[in-house]
Design a protein around this ligand. Structure first.
Ligand code: MG
Length: 331
């Protein structure tokens, strides 16, 4: 099966600088791709790499797209991940999926965790606001105190406030903790286990064995994020407890890490895609935890993001016509 392939790069301004992996940037750059099948049906997809997570750079994605000379087959798409083009593969697969979609997906609701700013304190007012907006879970970036993060005393105050509101919390350390700091944090979290989703990526991405050990040692789920995208399928060779959470970034090709026998709970996470990539993630329905999808509000131009208001997010609100409009703007 063959499709005609075209693509258009984009560069959209963000309303504040964001950390895209290790790069702090005020812009999001990517590529929108368009496939058309022989009957004239059209589908769109988005390449939105994060290079410090091991993604192919945009230039490489573009060179790869050029190598197809405007025609691409399903077979060629299926091998892209092994060739190092996970982001390109997700874009092309999303486009194929939308071409084959015969009817509109039944609408459903997708929950995402709210990101609590690191400098929030006292916490209770902000947490009550999240609850009032419909959130069930919040995310907080956990840093060592020496790196501007919260003190252990502050962490206890935060957890007390979370417990009072009935929300759940996930703490994302983004590889910044030492083993000792991880253990200290986990000991505190164990006192609030009913309010904790997980502790995400406490240690460096390569220290998977150490994080597996922490999972056995403590009663709090450990989530792998940076480790997954960077190590690729090598991660599947580790034996780990079924409580360990996998943070899957579909735009980076992470769906390739999942097999039919996969048992670990999943969190789907967006990486600052426009609505084209974002809506493809929303259609993945088997996430165990509320998603990490709070990226849309960072785009300055609201016409390139998913048209939702409030929590939960309704699926199916981004239409083919909206994709066409965005595509036409990029020429
Ligand atoms: Mg993370």
């Amino acid at each position: 099966m063959e499709f005609s392939l075209d693509y258009r790069p984009y560069r959209f301004k963000l309303n504040q600088p964001i950390a895209l992996g290790m790069l702090v940037t005020g812009y999001r750059e990517g590529i929108i791709i368009r496939l058309i099948d022989d009957s004239g049906k059209t589908g769109f997809g988005e390449i939105a790499p994060v290079e410090s997570f091991g993604s192919e750079p945009l230039e490489n994605a573009q060179t790869k797209l050029d190598s197809f000379y405007g025609r691409v087959t399903l077979d060629a798409i299926s091998t892209l991940y092994q060739e190092g083009y996970g982001c390109t593969q997700f874009a092309l697969r999303s486009a194929v999926k939308s071409i084959f979609k015969t009817a509109a997906y039944p609408q459903s609701e997708v929950y995402s965790a709210a990101l609590l700013p690191i400098e929030t304190n006292p916490f209770s007012k902000e947490l009550r606001a999240c609850k009032a907006q419909g959130y069930r879970s919040i995310k907080y970036k956990l840093r060592p105190e020496a790196q501007g993060g919260i003190s252990y005393k502050g962490l206890v105050e935060l957890l007390d406030a979370v417990q009072d509101t009935g929300l759940k919390i996930r703490l994302d350390a983004n590889e910044t903790l030492s083993l000792e700091e991880s253990k200290r944090a986990l000991e505190i979290l164990e006192g609030y286990s009913h309010s904790i989703d997980f502790l995400e990526q406490p240690l460096d991405r390569m220290l998977v064995a150490e994080m597996i050990d922490l999972s056995y040692e403590y009663n709090i789920p450990i989530a792998l994020d940076e480790s997954l995208s960077t190590m690729g399928r090598e991660i599947c060779s580790y034996s780990m407890p079924e409580s360990m959470v996998w943070v899957i970034k579909p735009s980076l090709g992470d769906l390739n890490l999942l097999s039919d026998s996969h048992k670990n709970p999943l969190v789907y996470s967006s990486v600052f895609e426009t609505a084209i990539g974002f809506s493809a993630i929303l259609e993945l329905q088997d996430s165990t935890y509320d998603g990490g999808l709070g990226t849309q509000s960072y785009f300055e131009d609201s016409s390139v993001v998913y048209p939702s208001s409030g929590m939960p997010v309704q699926t199916g609100l981004w239409t083919q016509a909206m994709s066409e409009t965005l595509w036409n703007r990029l020429q």
